[in-house]
Design a protein around this ligand. Structure first.
Ligand code: PHE
Length: 340
């Protein structure tokens, strides 16, 4: 049998390098069949005095083996867990996808900036509105089809509460709270009970504008809108105003711009007319001014409203409005360059 000293040396000299050699170490020194355990069997043949001294020695031997075993195990467990935590810094860097602004936000900001540059201030307000601010104050007759269930989302709780169908409600709120001169733009989300198609959606975005002061004229409106169209679509863009009807403006018009794709020559986008419609506008109806507590004999004003989705589709020539609501990153990613 090996001497105790020999076993001690073996324990110290044993090369533990990996899980495999650790297991060999365990089998050799720490199992029931190990040499150390065999020494324990000797104890019963000894005299009490001898047994005590010998017992102490072989206990120390066993402890030394257990200690080596545990400390290697501990270190190797620590190493694997840090290896899992710390990335290999020599690996090629992972591509971090930087997000981009949504095209609707890009367009909203552009429209805002263009009008803010000439003294308009943006105002915001509630999506959930009451009948007065969306319809009645704006001179909508009682039986006007826009009030119909087919266009407007009403809130079950109360017939007077509804989702705004246009941000003209903010024009009313502004006129109720401010004295002329008033120069505001009203960006926001609007809701209409429409079937979702490639050209229409039940949620979309508008920027409306309002200018009220003494002796504001139709010519002022036309010039403001020409300035806007040229800043948005380029200096060569032409505009034309076609007579139209809105309950809250008189006279009312729809504005077209020369087609930004074909420059007016005719293409699919403009249905070969050379023109595309971008907004509605008109002189604020005196009834509306009076409804909002502004003296219509003293003040006049113009208003306009444009649909952001439509503008974005024109500017970036996309042919399906639903793309703006699907949040498909393959689509959104293309607007990275326009994000500032
Ligand atoms: N509120 C109108 C709409 O939503 C747009 C508009 C605003 C027209 C202001 C004229 C003047 O369709």
């Amino acid at each position: 049998m090996k001497t105790i000293e020999e076993i001690r040396k073996e324990i110290e000299a044993f090369q533990i390098e990996n899980a495999e050699t650790l297991e060999q170490f365990r089998l050799q020194f720490l199992t029931k069949k190990s040499e150390i355990q065999a020494l324990f069997a000797e104890l019963k043949n000894m005299q009490p005095e001898e047994r005590k001294a010998f017992g102490q020695i072989i206990n120390e031997l066993k402890n030394a083996a257990t200690e080596r075993f545990n400390s290697f195990k501990e270190i190797s467990e620590m190493q694997t867990s840090t290896r899992q935590q710390i990335a290999d810094v020599t690996r090629p860097a992972q591509n971090v996808e930087v997000g981009s602004m949504h095209p609707i936000s890009i367009m909203m900001n552009q429209v805002r900036r263009i009008f803010e540059d000439i003294g308009f201030t943006a105002v915001t307000g509630p999506d959930v509105e009451d009948d007065w601010h969306v319809f009645t104050a704006l001179n909508f007759p009682e039986e006007h089809p826009a009030r119909d269930m087919q266009d407007t989302f009403f809130i079950d709780l109360h017939p007077d509460v509804l989702l705004r169908t246009h941000t003209s409600s903010l024009q009313v709120r502004t006129m109720e709270n401010q004295k002329p001169p008033i120069r505001v733009i009203c960006p926001g989300r609007v809701f209409r009970n429409e079937a979702i198609t490639s050209r229409a959606h039940c949620i979309f975005h508008q920027v409306e504008g309002l200018y009220v002061a003494e002796s504001v004229s139709f010519a002022d409106m036309k010039q403001t809108l020409l300035y806007f169209a040229q800043r948005m679509f380029g200096p060569e863009v032409r505009i034309r105003l076609r007579p139209s009807y809105f309950p809250f403006t008189e006279p009312s018009a729809e504005m077209d711009i020369s087609c930004n794709i074909c420059g007016g020559a005719g293409c699919n986008l403009c249905k070969h007319t050379g023109w595309v419609e971008i907004l509605g506008c008109g002189m604020v109806d005196p009834n509306v001014l009076d409804n909002c507590g502004i003296d219509s004999k003293k003040y006049s004003g113009f208003a306009f409203g444009l649909g952001i989705e439509r503008m974005t589709m024109l500017k970036y020539t996309t042919n399906d409005i639903r793309l703006y609501f699907e949040n498909d990153v393959r689509f959104l990613r293309q607007f990275k360059a326009a994000t500032k």
